[in-house]
Design a protein around this ligand. Structure first.
Ligand code: NAD
Length: 361
């Protein structure tokens, strides 16, 4: 098959890590008989320099016309770069909001994978993490408290702030379907997280998720209150496969889940919408402190490319091949600086990409 991939290297380490992800995708293409046709697009600081805005409408159109989008990272050193003297809607990160909105992305997946080989970086006790863990947090991205009506008023001389948390059943249903679809590609378990003992929106969430689960008889559904979930992620992360939750709970839980895996250079992510077109990117930023020095860990971006194969292109075997290659390279002791440990072999960005590509089976 031929796939059209819009590639947005962005700023800082973005171009370096994207180059390595392309290297690995090309190796997959060669081995499995696919072609990836890349179209490089500008977003972030580099687009501000070229066009005066972080994402032009023309660029967004090109991204929309692709089969999927692979993004490096955008932004510069906030203290040094002139980009941050611009109004907020003209700064590099405004491009991120515009592309997510423009592509209609409402589901975010952040995997929390502890590779056995990197368990030393995990802040949890060894008896909890033995054997590693592997779950994803699926977060609703466009509804809930962050998008509800808000205001600050003064009543009888007292300041009062009001935020509203709203979900309708359609918003819940569409993210729930993604949650179950993703579980079908994994270990077929969904844990739906809410605060149904207090919130009406959570009670509706629970009801709709239960209805959707009936379309997926193979997937085991459980419900958990968000406070308990926050505890369970550090007490027993192995119990989870897909954590499905609303926007604010997902914001908090996905950061907690990332933290327990240890290294920022390993964290991939995907944002999905109504179609197969998704946006795949590492969870980290553009790391201007190490840009251009061949020090960045490209694995989060390479693992994001694997997610793109799995979720946008339904190429399961090929996605597995990338993840297995990453595991094998780690097993053989190769590390970039951010995950370096005693007795391991330090490699740069390019060599890490070469190694993963060479291990694709
Ligand atoms: P950051 O994630 O870029 O860096 C934090 C620290 O982690 C730095 O020390 C960096 O060197 C290190 N790091 C990050 N990724 C790494 C990798 N792949 N390999 C090795 N080390 C890595 O966060 P920051 O410093 O707060 O932000 C820098 C810029 O990135 C800012 O302009 C910020 O707005 C932007 N940003 C962009 C995104 C995005 O594009 N999605 C996300 C977060 C931050």
């Amino acid at each position: 098959m031929n796939y059209k991939v819009a590639v947005i290297p962005g700023d800082g380490i973005g171009p370096e890590i994207i180059t390595e992800a392309r290297k690995v995708l090309d190796k997959i293409g060669e081995k499995y008989g696919h072609t990836f046709e890349y179209q490089e697009l500008l977003m972030g600081g580099c687009s501000i320099d070229a066009y005066g805005e972080p994402l032009t409408d023309e660029t967004l159109e090109k991204a929309r016309a692709s089969d999927s989008v692979l993004l490096g990272a955008v932004g510069g050193d906030v203290g040094k770069s002139g980009w941050y003297e611009l109004p907020p809607d003209k700064r590099p990160e405004a491009g991120l909001l515009k592309i997510r909105k423009g592509l209609g992305l409402y589901a975010n997946i952040r995997p929390a994978v502890l590779f056995d080989e990197l368990s030393g970086a995990c802040p949890l006790k060894e008896d909890i993490t033995n054997g590693g863990f592997d779950f994803v947090v699926m977060r609703e991205l466009t509804g809930g408290l962050y998008f509800g009506e808000r205001k600050t008023i003064e009543e009888n001389g007292i300041m009062k702030a009001i935020d509203t948390l709203t979900y309708d059943e359609n918003e819940i249903r569409r993210i729930a379907r993604w949650g179950f679809d993703v579980a079908m590609k994994r270990n077929k378990k969904v844990c739906s997280v809410d605060k149904a003992n207090v919130l009406d929106s959570s009670r509706l969430w629970r009801k709709v998720v239960k209805e959707v689960s009936e379309e997926y008889p193979e997937v085991e559904l459980s419900d958990m209150l968000v406070d308990n979930c926050a505890m369970q992620i550090v007490r027993d992360p192995k119990q989870f496969d897909v954590i499905l939750t609303e926007n604010m709970f997902g914001d908090i839980l996905s950061d907690e889940a990332s933290m327990v895996t240890g290294s920022i250079g390993m964290l991939s992510s995907a944002s999905l919408g109504a179609t197969k077109l998704g946006l795949y990117e590492p969870s980290h930023g553009s790391a201007p402190d190490i840009a251009g020095q061949d020090k960045a860990n490209p694995l989060a971006t390479i693992l994001s490319a694997a997610m793109m194969l799995r979720y946008s292109f339904d190429l399961e075997k090929e996605a597995d091949a990338i993840e297995d290659a990453v595991k094998q390279v780690l097993k053989e002791g190769y590390r970039t600086g951010d995950i370096m440990d005693n007795g391991k072999t330090l490699v740069g960005t390019k060599q890490m990409g070469d190694l993963v590509a060479a291990h694709i089976k």
